[in-house]
Write a protein that binds this ligand. Sequence first.
Ligand code: DAH
Length: 335
Amino acid sequence: MHQQAETLRTEALALIAAATDSASLEAARVKYLGKSGAITALSEGMRNVAKEDRPAIGKLLNDLRAAVTGALEESQQRLLEAADAAAVSTLDLSLPGTFPASGTLHPLTQLMDRAVQCFRRMGFAIADGPDIETEWHCFDALNTPPDHPARNEQDTFYLPDGRLLRSHTSSVQIRVMETTPPPVRIIAPGAAYRRDEVDATHLAQFTQMEGLYVAENVTLADLKGTLEFFFRELFGSGTDIQFRPHFFPFTEPSYEIDIRAAALGGEWMELAGCGMVDPAVFEAVCKQRGDRVYDPDKVSGFAFGFGLERLAMNLSRIPDIRMLVENDLRFLNQF
Ligand code: DAH
């Protein structure tokens, strides 16, 4: 039995060492350790071994089984490592990798974020309102009755039920005051609509940012300070800013804001409208709320509004407003 075990060990280890793939390794395992394998058969011979010899022979067989099992595992590992090495040897680490193309935010979104950040630093919160508005929120409450000529300039799209696509985000002023008592300090960025022919400077849908600050003793100085800070943040500290008297139904006095900056080619550009909230607007809000928290004798406020497309076009020298909505990657990749 000793002799037999020794021969089997030598034979098996040689066969396992010579195996070059996992199939021949598996064949070797079956040949020696399988159900009808040689070592299994030898173990079955234990039955005929004399009782006193059993411990020694048992140990011998266990050692043999362990040696063959160990050799099988070792070879398995060797084959796996060889396969890995072969796979890596064809890998060219000097080749450039594949990079997923990363997008960027749309130039309007970038500008919107900058503007929002700037006003947030001055304590303005963001307010929201519906794009589909009532005539009352968009016009009447803003001191623009049906026969007012300002409705012509802001002609928009009407729904059969009389509602309309808001022609400016100024409607959010009214929505905020309806639901929130003063003080309020908000900006309202969002879409606005006009019945305009689309050309290089007009779209039927564009983006506005409205601002409103109402509290006790808000003055024109607050309005000027706030907007001068904003436009200098945007266009640079050397920017000239001029408040040119104008007319808006919802503010009194009203101004248009002109900006002149080296970055804008040194020309005056009209970029925003603003003014002190007209008492008639406060009265409309009071009537709607049924209280007097917006009594124009107690509170005052300023409001402003500007179009983001116009701002982006001036800031980034974009010659045609339509480029902002065409989704042409040759244009968008520049931002
Ligand atoms: N709503 C005006 C427009 O669309 C812009 C504007 C002007 C808003 C003056 C204001 C303001 O709040 O005070 O042309």
